[in-house]
Design a protein around this ligand. Structure first.
Ligand code: DMJ
Length: 550
């Protein structure tokens, strides 16, 4: 018995020894089919030292000197023939947002670093010349505060989550210290309810959800309460302006005192989130109440652009450009925010989307969303709708929505391609023929809508052309709009050298640079099933317990 046990013991030891030898010294041919299987080293084009871990931001790499500096970056770009290769898809094709865990090539990392370089350059310009001021004009080196007040931290708050996402932690800390110690909303300053909500309230909520710092939520609550005063109207439709100290509110005189669809209808995402975080239902009740008052007038799926109180002004409905854009955006996004539970928003989105599909025109190889009602006029603002339909596809799986998203992206890309600067005009009219764009407004003011669409389409399709197109926008901005102390707009995209429009818009930080950064990041950087972006690109988390509050 004992002898047999000894033999078995020796046999096991021998087998283990053999196994160890085979693992350590596999067949040189590398394709031996016998013996123990050994994992092959990953095939990758990314040099080991340049590949970031999930925790390592591009900024850290930059500090570590591991990513090429600008000159080297340009050399890599020049050496890259044609568009970058699409990364391999794993599993399902379109719509598989999380299908590919590693989607970032060396070239993408270089491009992401270029975005960080642009962000740092912009931020340094603002920080050195205008820190704490709401707006900054890099050429005149002048600043402006909203309502001529003491400053509401518009640039600081709008930029904060982009700095956090891009790993510029030192700069983000400086912003948060300023918000904590200096930002005071108790000012006799008249502000736009819409702009203050999407930029400042949205920025604070997003930064709070990213960092968990309570003072950010406290500031948001204080601001939310002050903004809520604008809803104290006979109809419950908020006035356009409110005095943050007194609560006095008024309509927009420049619009005959009428309420505007995109303004009264683009507050719900932020106010609902504020309710969810605080348990104070009034924030959501007031904002959603305004939608409930007007929705019966949206008979075609589109809604009137102006209201006196809750009475619609007959004549024109608002489309995907100014006066309508973010209202339609929030129909889809508030439904997503509610963990897809709020059927009212979903129904309104479905009807609006159907109307857009019905009224979209085809002009040669281009489409104009809702062109039948705009005389084929296309505002740059409307370029966001490609991203909106891509997001809709992601959550509703309607193939026609993805198809339209791609067509809109093609049109917006063509708007950039057609100009001398490769930057798109603010407004064009689309015609058949070899020169399809008649320029109605030639400026480009660092707007984000087209790169926003590239970002969503990249997330949904993983088609590398969207990264290439985003990179083209960044290169055009670097070439024509980068100055010593920041970036400015173009007053005419068809003139080179381009005349400048002296304003580094806060949405350059909040949206354009953020979407570009995320365009070149791994999917894990932002999960569209967990986060939803407000119209100023401030991501907030989906509310998982919405039913309890409905
Ligand atoms: C941004 O402030 C927001 O995206 C808004 O909804 C409309 N567009 C501007 C930037 O163009």
């Amino acid at each position: 018995m004992r002898q047999r046990g000894l033999i078995r013991y020796v046999a096991v030891v021998l087998a283990l020894w053999l196994l160890v030898v085979m693992v350590r010294f596999p067949s040189r041919s590398g394709n031996s089919s016998g013996g123990a299987k050994v994992a092959k080293p990953e095939q990758t084009a990314v040099p080991q030292q340049a590949r970031p871990t999930q925790q390592q931001s591009a900024e850290e790499l930059h500090r570590g000197g591991e990513v090429p500096h600008d000159g080297a970056v340009d050399a890599i770009d020049a050496a890259t023939e044609g568009p970058s290769q699409p990364p391999k898809k794993k599993g399902a094709g379109d719509g598989a947002q999380n299908a590919s865990p590693k989607t970032t090539t060396n070239l993408d990392m270089v491009r992401r670093q270029q975005v960080v370089t642009a962000l740092r350059h912009s931020w340094d310009g603002y920080r050195n010349n205008a820190f704490g001021k709401d707006e900054y004009f890099p050429i005149a080196k002048k600043t402006h505060n909203w309502g001529d007040g003491k400053g509401l931290g518009v640039t600081i708050v709008d930029a904060l989550d982009t700095l956090l996402i891009a790993g510029m932690d030192k700069e983000a800390e400086e912003c948060m210290a300023w918000i904590k110690e200096q930002l005071n909303f108790d000012q006799p300053t008249k502000v736009s309810v819409f702009e203050t909500t999407i930029r400042i309230l949205g920025g604070l909520l997003s930064a709070y959800e990213r960092t968990g710092r309570k003072f950010l939520l406290n500031k948001a609550v204080d601001l939310g309460q002050r903004l809520l005063k604008a809803f104290d109207t006979p109809s419950g439709i908020p006035d356009n302006y409110v005095n943050l100290h007194s609560g006095a509110h008024e309509g927009a005189q420049w619009n005959g005192g009428l309420a505007i669809l995109s303004e009264l209808g683009s507050l719900q995402l932020e106010f609902r989130k504020l309710s969810a975080l605080t348990g104070v239902v009034a924030f959501d009740e007031k904002a959603t109440g305004a939608i409930n008052k007007i929705r019966k007038h949206c008979t075609t799926g589109f809604c009137p652009r102006n209201f006196r109180g809750d009475a619609p002004m007959i004549g024109s409905s608002a489309g995907l450009g100014s006066f309508g854009d973010s209202f339609y955006e929030y129909l889809l996004k508030v439904w997503i925010l509610s963990d897809k539970k709020d059927a009212t928003y979903k129904d309104m989105w479905d009807r609006a989307a159907a109307h857009i599909l019905e009224t979209t025109t085809t002009v040669g190889a281009l489409v104009v969303p809702n062109g039948a009602e705009t005389g084929n006029t296309m505002e740059h603002l409307a370029c966001f709708s490609g991203g909106l339909f891509a997001l809709s596809y992601l959550h509703t799986k309607q193939a026609r929505h993805l198809e339209l998203a791609k067509q809109i992206a093609e049109t917006c890309h063509a708007m950039y391609e057609a100009t001398a600067t490769k930057l798109a005009p603010d407004v064009v009219q689309v015609h058949a023929g070899s020169a399809p764009f008649v320029v109605m407004d030639p400026k480009y003011i660092l707007r984000p809508e087209t790169v926003e669409t590239y970002f969503y389409l990249w997330k949904v399709t993983h088609d590398a052309k969207y990264r290439d197109w985003g990179h083209e926008v960044l290169m055009a901005c670097n070439k024509h709009l980068k100055l010593d102390d920041g970036y400015v707009g173009s007053a005419d995209v068809n003139r080179v050298p381009t005349p400048h429009n002296d304003n580094m818009e806060t949405f350059w930080f909040a949206e354009t640079l953020k979407y570009l950064y995320l365009l070149f990041s791994e999917d894990e950087a932002i999960d569209l099933n967990e986060w939803v972006f407000n119209t100023e690109a401030h991501p907030v988390k989906v509310i998982r317990n919405w039913a309890a509050k409905a």
